[in-house]
Ligand binder design. Structure first.
Ligand code: ADP
Ligand code: ADP
Length: 233
């Protein structure tokens, strides 16, 4: 697991006189194994921040640092695939012609992970996500909730140091949203992977977060436990 330091993070889109800053110098320390939710209104910069941690967006100024047992590395210039992260989006695209097993195994095959190890990792993920009996099915033979779990399985099998969630629940109906939220909590309890979860939904933030970052207009307004954040006048 990695801890993450965000040091003086600035993001500007565009350049010269037309440049607009959307993140204005953000500092935060996310502990090893911690589940942190980034919450705030639409357009406040949540997604931009997460995408910078993922390496999908360049950091204009400041440093993103991952710290593991192996040491500390500034990841600003590290490509996404080499960051040891896995991202879960709201629109998970499963391969329709592949079985559940192959959907989860695909990324590992590309990465040339040995077959035996792929099988072990897929079976472990399937056990955690209760997909054990469904490995031979195609996505169209699954319920919405099961598909969402396969998408999470694909992230788990990579054994990342960090999980990044970009509003993964926002397209689901209320029942499925509640169910998937429990699934994510269980996953974190079991694997303890450092997680950053972006949402605009305060209830979601409160129920999932160990600590939450409250953003507004590209700035961090608060960073604390849900109790501490909501106790503030
Ligand atoms: P949130 O995830 O909180 O809704 P975003 O991170 O998506 O917010 O966006 C933050 C701000 O940056 C918004 O004002 C948005 O319009 C702007 N923005 C996002 N992406 C781009 C881009 N590629 N070019 C210019 N501005 C952008
Ligand atoms: P390839 O086409 O590269 O041979 P396969 O998809 O046939 O890959 O299977 C790769 C490995 O995964 C094999 O060792 C196979 O036994 C194992 N495997 C495939 N499907 C399952 C499954 N549903 N449950 C357990 N192991 C599986």
């Amino acid at each position: 697991m990695a801890s993450i330091s965000l040091r003086g993070i600035v993001k500007r889109y565009g350049s010269g006189p037309k440049a607009t800053a959307v993140i204005h110098g953000l500092d935060a320390e996310i502990g090893e194994g911690e589940f942190v939710v980034i919450v705030g209104p639409s357009g406040c910069g949540k997604s931009t921040l997460l995408r910078m941690v993922a390496g999908l967006e360049e950091v204009t100024d400041g440093q993103i640092v991952f710290r593991t047992a192996a040491g500390e590395r500034v990841v600003n210039d590290v490509e996404p695939a080499a960051r040891d992260i896995a991202m879960v989006f709201q629109n998970y695209a499963l391969y329709p012609h592949m079985s559940v097993y192959d959907n989860m195994a695909y990324g590992l095959k590309i990465a040339k992970v040995p077959k035996d190890e792929i099988r072990q990792r897929v079976e472990k993920a399937a056990r955690i996500l209760e997909l054990g009996g469904l490995l031979e099915r195609r996505p169209r033979q699954l319920s919405g909730g099961q598909r969402q779990r396969v998408a999470m399985g694909r992230a788990i099998v990579r054994q990342p140091q960090v999980f990044l969630f970009d509003e993964p629940l926002s397209n689901l109906d209320a029942k499925l949203r509640a169910q998937t939220r429990l699934e994510i909590q269980k996953l974190h309890a079991e694997l303890g992977v450092t997680s950053l979860f972006v949402t605009h939904d305060q209830v979601e933030a409160m129920t999932l977060a160990q600590r939450m970052i409250v953003m507004n207009g590209g700035r961090m307004e608060q960073f604390g436990t849900p109790e501490a954040v909501y106790a503030r006048p």
